[in-house]
Design a protein around this ligand. Structure first.
Ligand code: GLU
Length: 447
């Protein structure tokens, strides 16, 4: 698949052998390794010091039992994970995902992506990820709290503001971070604000953290549009998902003059030609925690149960749901419908075949590790505020986020240019993200 004297092929074979059955991790590793051929040619020292080989092996992997009692008093059992992947640039940093699909392969793929994403932000954060196969759907507040407390009763011994700083991801938002932080504080008897990010604004959280992933993705897109001499003005946009990333991507698209005409959840999608009504969407999803069909009903919009949101024609597609949600068929339909920009708000939502089709068709494509880096970047800003016992205004924090996203965008393009793939954001992101980590690993010796 990838050459340079077979070195990268051999490394990929080793990833397959050492991590059997972890298909999402294989996919993420392959995608990065495929980009590194020109780096290996230019910098043989990364191979000599086994930097690429070491970067594919997590520094530490923690798997633990999470027992808890449901509202009926029955004992439930889940599995918890934290993969501390790479600490060359700073404490491990990355979210926790609570979803029934979570297993070691998902956590490793997310942790691996996180290394390069965090590096791309230019901030001092390493890469990690965690979570559980716990399914929060339909669970009461009390059940969520007891699960979070049990999860933290093991996790607390592995994390800390200088060690590993978790945050949210799918199924983990402000409510869960609150319960997790409370339990950490109780067990350790420390008000260690910087141990978790995504906290509430009144108790150590940062302005803009809730909005940051969605806003950041749209800032990134705005830079892509400007590079092509365009803007959001009058553009039709389709967003998949209706969670935190989708909601705030929609908000920023609308602020910048575009119209989001469709969004989705795991049971279907909504088409709303007038543009998604954000206050209703936030009410349905964030406050009432209902299905998106309730939005369609109350708004009088079209609801399509079970279909693919990528059937809806658009100029710009922003997949914000989950990994591998946009496959070759969907990419094909988007291309036929004239889509010219795709930016990943979620982690790895486009399959490798879809990405290939976009590239062949000249669709401008931004990978998640660049386009959705605004979330973790703002987490790093939250850590800065916690370390200095300060809190910044919304406008100041948003300016910092916008600045960081411009930096990520430019780093991708400049690196793609330098390594012979002009305009290829995916290659630029992988190489720029890798080089910063690799240089730190070289400097820190064989560890
Ligand atoms: N889960 C988010 C991501 O995929 C954010 C992680 C964080 O803020 O630490 O980047």
């Amino acid at each position: 698949m990838i050459h340079v004297d077979g070195t990268l092929d051999t490394l990929y074979d080793e990833v397959l052998k050492r991590n059997p059955g972890e298909t999402e991790f294989h996919q993420a590793a392959r995608e990065v390794l495929e980009s590194l051929a020109p780096v290996v040619t230019k910098h043989p020292e990364y191979v000599d010091a086994a930097v690429i080989r070491r970067v594919c092996e997590p520094e530490r992997q923690i798997i633990f039992r999470v027992p808890w009692q449901d509202d009926s008093g029955a004992v439930q059992l889940n599995r918890g994970f934290r993969v501390e992947f790479n600490s060359a640039l700073g404490p491990y940093k990355g979210g926790l995902r609570f979803h029934p699909s979570v297993y070691l392969g998902i956590v490793k793929f997310l942790g691996f992506e996180q290394i390069f994403k965090n590096s791309l932000t230019g901030l001092p954060i390493g890469g990690g990820k965690g979570g559980s196969d716990f399914d929060p759907k339909g669970r009461s507040d009390g059940e969520i709290m007891r699960f979070c407390q049990s999860f933290m009763t093991e996790l607390y011994r592995h994390i800390g503001e200088y060690t590993d700083v978790p945050a949210g991801d799918i199924g983990v938002g402000g409510r869960e971070i609150g319960y997790l932080f409370g339990q950490y504080k109780r067990i350790t008897n420390r008000y260690e604000s910087g141990v978790l990010t995504g906290k509430g604004i009144t108790w150590g959280g940062s302005q803009v953290r809730t909005e940051a992933t969605g806003y950041g993705t749209v800032y990134f897109l705005d830079e892509m549009l400007k590079t092509g001499g365009q803007s959001f003005d009058g553009k039709r946009v389709v967003v998949s998902g209706s969670g935190n990333v989708a909601v705030y991507a929609t908000e920023k698209v609308e602020q910048l003059g575009g119209t989001v005409v469709a969004c989705s959840d795991s049971s279907g999608y909504v088409v709303d030609e007038k543009g998604i009504d954000l206050s209703l969407l936030k009410d349905v999803k964030e406050i009432r925690r209902e299905r998106i069909s309730a939005y369609a009903e109350e708004r009088g919009a079209i609801y399509v149960p079970g279909g693919s949101v990528w059937d809806v024609p658009c100029d710009i597609a922003i997949p914000c749901a989950t990994q591998n949600e946009l496959d070759a068929d969907a990419a094909d339909r988007l291309i036929k419908n004239g889509t010219s920009y795709v930016a990943e708000g979620a982690n790895m939502p486009c399959t490798p075949e879809a990405v290939r089709l976009f590239s062949d068709a000249g669709v401008s494509f931004a990978p998640g590790k660049a386009a959705n880096a605004g979330g973790v970047a703002t987490s790093a800003l939250e850590m800065q505020q916690n370390a200095s016992r300060d809190s910044w205004s919304f406008d100041y924090t948003e300016d910092r986020l916008a600045d960081i996203m411009r930096g990520v965008h430019d780093r991708c393009l400049e690196t793609a240019d330098e390594y012979g793939s002009p305009g290829d954001y995916a290659t630029g992101a992988n190489i720029a993200g890798f080089i910063r980590v690799a240089n730190a690993m070289l400097a820190q010796g064989v560890i």
